[in-house]
Write a new protein. Structure first.
Length: 85
């Protein structure tokens, strides 16, 4: 299985969209294990949203959709407000 996920940094009002085959390990990498990269600067991250796909191709397509302007608007208007409650 493959997962597309949205991380949210409440401290910095940032979102991050990615995909992986191991959601738990990837989340730990973003929050604790990584020493470099964009997400290191905006810790801590919350897992705001995820979707599961049978193939890598499907996950990559959805990741690309969520990274588009329309996808980011969907994230900020539909997903993040639920986190802020």
């Amino acid at each position: 299985m493959f997962y597309v996920y949205v991380l949210y940094s409440a401290s910095f009002e940032k979102i991050y969209v990615g995909f992986t085959s191991d959601l738990t390990a990837r989340f730990n990498s973003h929050n604790q294990l990584s020493k470099k990269g964009w997400t290191v600067k905006f810790r801590p991250w919350l897992l705001a949203y995820s979707e599961e796909f049978a193939t890598k191709a499907e996950a990559m397509k959805r990741e690309k959709e969520l990274k588009s302007a329309k996808g980011r608007l969907f994230i900020w208007e539909s997903i993040i407000p639920k986190i802020k409650r």
